[in-house]
Design a protein around this ligand. Sequence first.
Ligand SMILES: NC(=O)c1ccc[n+]([C@@H]2O[C@H](COP(=O)([O-])OP(=O)(O)OC[C@H]3O[C@@H](n4cnc5c(N)ncnc54)[C@H](OP(=O)(O)O)[C@@H]3O)[C@@H](O)[C@H]2O)c1
Length: 362
Amino acid sequence: MNVQDTCAFIIHPIDPKKDVSRKWPLLGKVLTEGQINFFSRFFPPVYISEINGICSASTGKQLKGWFIACPYTPKTMLSLPVEMVYRKIVACGHKAEELGARLLGLGAYTSVVGDAGETIARRLDIPVTNGDAYTVYMALEAVREAARQMDIDMSSASAAVVGATGVIGSVCAEILAREVPDLVLVGRRADALAAVREQCEGHQAKITTSLDISDIYHCDLILTVTSATTSIIEPEHLKPGAVVCDVARPRDVSVRVAERRDDVLVIEGGMVEVPGLVDFGFDFGFPPGKSYACMAETMALALEGRYEDYSVGKHTPLSQVYEIGEIATRHGFKLSGFRSFERAVTDEHIQQVRERAQAARR
Ligand SMILES: NC(=O)c1ccc[n+]([C@@H]2O[C@H](COP(=O)([O-])OP(=O)(O)OC[C@H]3O[C@@H](n4cnc5c(N)ncnc54)[C@H](OP(=O)(O)O)[C@@H]3O)[C@@H](O)[C@H]2O)c1
């Protein structure tokens, strides 16, 4: 094995009690959410596990990796001064360097905070990627596949991007504008939405912008990717038969949608099958052998030998999305099934959603 090929990935707790229990079952049980949030401020970076068995489908090259946890939750990261959060993430990066990682991936909120990895990359010796380019690529693959399975024809569909002014949302909007005739961009700031709208114009979609989440009601396909710390899409916002691809962590779609709407399909933003017999050494909530797209971006770049800052900063060019899609596909990464509220989505489930949507429409 070429031990030179290595990477590390930073994860962090999202649901404090549940995620702390994954590493320390007793602590997760006895501490309250508030106590975890409080104590996490004083916690150093946590070594989680060694990752083995990733193997490129095209070159046979193997890759070794590590998970390191930044102890902060999204709420903590938003409430602390950004400099303090940078310091903790950089400390995680130093741990990755000590372990021998040659590339560092920033997971979930560690990629959102501040300038999306630029400062962190400057302060570390190893290169950094925030995973946004492949997250966009896979989210759109998931939307296309879910549309196909729900018999929604993209060439006549209405789509929405919620969080359209964000790094991931704006690029998803630019690509969707080429694939659907009607696109609604939902955000919180009219001026920023107008700028994204301008970027999206000139393709097949008629584009509208909105500050009101209720405006997604007429849409067949919704891609949601805000950095809100609480859910923003409720049962009444969705029409029967709608597909929602929720890329956000924490989720944008309320658990009430799962409880009350059996006529809509909610999927998480693209689960990725990792090439080789991968052993993550840690249960981060996915079935064996599957990862988030942002994790997969780090692995694919390391298999490609691209030890350089990649997706970093608050702008992801379209060319980078297509490039990482090509690199990852060549090494054997692919979309692999859907999950919805931490459960696998089966063919039967999709069939039931289609039948209930038809009944609701009648
Ligand atoms: N699934 C994966 O593999 C993966 C990978 C990377 C990131 N993510 C997740 O993707 C999400 C977005 O990441 P990003 O890098 O695109 O973040 P970002 O650039 O900060 O964009 C966030 C967007 O959310 C909007 N927003 C923030 N708070 C909101 C609220 N309370 N209500 C409505 N909209 C709100 C922002 O609006 P303004 O422009 O007005 O601030 C912006 O449009 C995060 O949840 C992150 O954890 C997932």
